[in-house]
Design a protein around this ligand. Structure first.
Ligand code: GDP
Length: 147
């Protein structure tokens, strides 16, 4: 049944989250549209609630930063959409598409420029390295949910 599922080469995938406020504001469709138009193939996708523990784990590199607990509460404030995106040079190209962490510094046409509300509520997550892309994708999607 899962014979068409495939493993992808390192470097060809990235992992994304559409954050709670963007889901709440009806931006799932427009964001996925921009992702597809930009040449990414969506190879896994689902909507879910993060548990507090998962959110703490996901952002653990920031645990000593002043915004950490606020960020965790925000990430569990509503459902999110998680996905795996495939494209040559996926991590770097997707970071270009999402724009700077601070939406005020994000370039025109980027997802954060278009859909972010603030530094914290900045619409989307995109992996920052191939290693993290693989780890994040594996955390959320068993191979039976990757196509
Ligand atoms: P990213 O890779 O561009 O998402 O940025 P980081 O890995 O540095 O930060 C992770 C997330 O933490 C960001 O996407 C923001 O949602 C949030 N964040 C980062 N820096 C700040 C900050 O200075 N203040 C607040 N409130 N949130 C921040």
């Amino acid at each position: 049944m899962h014979s068409e599922n495939k493993q992808t080469m390192t470097g060809n995938i990235t992992f994304t989250i559409i954050k709670p406020h963007a889901v709440r504001n009806g931006h799932i469709g427009p964001i996925l549209n921009k992702i597809s138009e930009s040449g990414f193939k969506i190879t896994a996708l689902k909507m879910l609630y993060l548990t507090r523990g998962e959110a703490q784990h996901f952002y653990k590199v920031h645990r000593d930063r002043p915004f950490y607990s606020d960020l965790v509460e925000f990430m569990i404030s509503g459902p999110i959409v998680v996905g795996i995106l495939e494209k040559e040079n996926a991590v770097e190209d997707y970071r270009q598409l999402i724009g700077a962490t601070d939406p005020e510094k994000a370039a025109e046409g980027t997802l954060r420029k278009l859909f972010a509300e603030s530094m914290r509520a900045n619409a989307v997550h995109g992996s920052d390295s191939d290693e993290n892309a693989d780890m994040e994708a594996t955390f959320f999607f068993p191979y039976s949910e990757r196509f």
